[in-house]
Design a protein around this ligand. Structure first.
Ligand code: ADQ
Length: 468
């Protein structure tokens, strides 16, 4: 642990996220969280290195008893972590964060449930993060917190005397006022967010919802840069996160081999691909259902197209996720049973994670990137699919209107995942799109994806956060 008495040893820059980017997985099926922040690491690494910053997060371990801060200064970036009390894993992480905030922020009031003891755990864990953070960072240092797990850390850090800039980036959507105010502790959450100096979102719409909630619930006044509340300025900004395109563009020999094998297995059939964490927000059930509907409406496509759905295990100890998994498995069985032939399976489904090279191979081999979340903060899979296409024979991105990425990827076919027949029609349109149109749609998207790297994103956020 860092000595509390040596302020000089404290960092001038601190990143906080619930999980450390490469923390060992806490429970079977949780390693995907680690992967997800992969983009974040590459975005933040340069800033962390340049400033000698530290990344603070939960270690992934669970242990009752005393809280200890473990600092590993030898890793790059330097890391600091602590173990959760076992109750926090249930109440804070699986509880308030994933069964209250996650569903309501994604617009699923029917799935959100509220429990006082979970809320108390959320407040407590945010307080613990704030205490650890205050020990690690100089009082005037810059702090950047990530995501819905940490909405209350700024208020708690201020109370502990932190005076430097505090920023929050929310990786998921921010809901409309009518939904937000159904949370029993909406006002406390909002006040917590308003204690930051800068709050960043992926899209304008989320930023606008936040400003609207602040106006309505906290009597804030909208300004050109955010809101004014209790005599303070809180800046609100839009910072769409991107990906490092290069690893998806450069197909190496091993990946070439994977593509060849896949193509041999397809035997000339077209491939429609879905890749997601197994989560009800991703619309996997609706997507499969629309694929089945397409085969009914357009029997000419039977035997000529296959769908592959790759689902990464996620939050498997939360009941809604286990139930979602069963729903997907049942539906895959039904579609294959109803439409399949001895020589042709309409849907292949795999429940596992893939390495980046393998993902790149799948993306490149797919004629249609079928990315149809019901609601998604951004959705990086859509961008990875674009990056992995061959510029002279690209596939088609069929993208949900309700993914943040829809604001940027204008060459995609935008679809409504709640409209089964509409989505089935859009699938056929994607499958039948002539090469010329595919190229014309893909080229500007690729340009955009290449330019909008995680590093550009991190620089923009930090520049705004530290602007006086
Ligand atoms: P996620 O909901 O996890 O992230 P997403 O943006 O799609 O969603 O990122 C998923 C990442 O996991 C991608 O990099 C993808 O390659 C990887 N992945 C998915 N399936 C995989 C598989 N089978 N094997 C291996 N890797 C797989 C949250 C928000 C998003 C937001 C991101 C970043 O919900 O909306 O885009 O944070 O801010």
């Amino acid at each position: 642990p860092l000595p509390r008495t040596a302020p000089d040893a404290r960092a001038s820059f601190l990143v906080i996220s619930n999980r450390l980017p490469d923390a060992p997985s806490a429970a079977a099926g949780e390693s995907e969280r680690a992967r997800n922040v992969g983009g974040l690491v590459s975005g933040l690494a340069p800033a962390l290195a340049a400033r000698g910053g530290v990344w603070l997060g939960w270690s992934g371990g669970r242990r009752p008893g005393a809280l200890e801060l473990a600092v590993d200064a030898s890793s790059t970036p330097a890391r600091a972590s602590f173990d959760f009390h076992p109750e926090w894993h249930t109440r804070f992480y699986n509880g308030f964060a994933n069964r209250s905030l996650w569903p309501i922020f994604h617009g699923f009031p029917g799935r959100a449930r509220y429990d006082e003891s979970e809320w108390r755990a959320y407040v407590e864990v945010n307080d613990v993060f704030a205490e650890m953070a205050t020990r690690l960072v100089a009082p005037g240092g810059t702090v950047w917190a990530h995501d819905y797990h940490l909405l209350l850390v700024a208020a708690s850090m201020r109370a502990r005397g932190h005076s430097g800039p505090l920023g929050l980036f929310l990786h998921i959507p921010f809901p409309a006022l009518d939904l937000f105010e159904t949370i029993p502790w909406s006002r406390a959450l909002l006040d917590g967010m308003l204690a930051f100096d800068l709050v960043g979102f992926h899209t304008r719409r989320y930023a606008q919802s936040f400003v609207r909630c602040a106006e309505e619930l906290a009597r804030a006044t909208a300004t050109s840069s955010g809101v004014r509340v209790d005599g303070r300025e809180v800046r609100v900004g839009v910072f769409p996160l991107g990906i490092d395109a290069a690893p998806f563009e450069e197909i190496d020999a091993a990946t070439e081999g994977e593509i060849a094998e896949l193509q041999a297995a397809l035997r000339g059939r077209r491939l429609v691909l879905g890749v997601d964490r197994l989560d009800y927000t991703k619309g996997i059930v609706e997507r499969l259902d629309a694929f089945g509907r397409m085969l009914e409406l357009h029997p000419e496509w039977r035997g000529r197209v296959s769908m592959l759905q790759v689902a990464v295990p996620s939050r498997a100890d939360v009941p809604e996720y286990a139930e979602q998994r069963r729903a997907i498995e049942t539906l895959v069985g039904r579609i294959n049973g109803e439409h399949g032939e001895a020589h042709w399976m309409p849907v292949r489904y795999v429940y596992r994670s893939y390495g980046r090279g393998q993902l790149a191979a799948l993306y490149r081999a797919a004629d249609v990137g079928y990315v149809t979340p019901l609601r998604d903060g951004m959705n990086l899979v859509a961008k990875e699919y674009v990056a992995a296409q061959h510029p002279t024979s690209p596939g088609v991105l069929l993208l949900s209107r309700f993914a943040g990425a829809a604001d940027e990827l204008e060459g995609a076919i935008l679809t409504n995942p709640h409209d089964r027949d509409g989505m089935a029609r859009d699938l056929v349109r994607a499958l039948e799109m002539p090469a010329e149109e595919r190229i014309a749609r893909h080229a500007p998207m690729l340009e955009r994806v290449r330019r909008s790297t995680p590093e550009v994103w991190a620089d923009a956020f930090l520049h705004e956060l530290e602007r006086r």
